[in-house]
Design a protein. Sequence first.
Length: 117
Amino acid sequence: QVHLVESGGGLVQAGGSLRLSCAASRSIFSINLGWYRQAPGKQRELVATITSVGSTNYGDFVKGRFTISRDTAKNTVYLQMNSLKPEDTAVYYCNARIIWDPRTDYWGQGTQVTVSS
């Protein structure tokens, strides 16, 4: 079992930055982590993922604006978001999957990001 707690969301003006954090309840050494988002009336979509060995993948809309990183010592994954746009407004969710058990799929409660124009 992995319990995830997101933080760092809030209200920011277009062009601004936010850093989201997701703290895990156990070691993330063998866990693939990711950020997803869901805007009102839309499906949840991939923002970024980072594997246990540090390989990253981003949604097409990111276009170099966001950076995902992980701190194994703190059991935390981060999402640095720069050049934010109003269309980035959504609830952002942290996700964890244990690498040796593909059945695992843990989610945090989400953190709201609102970008004003």
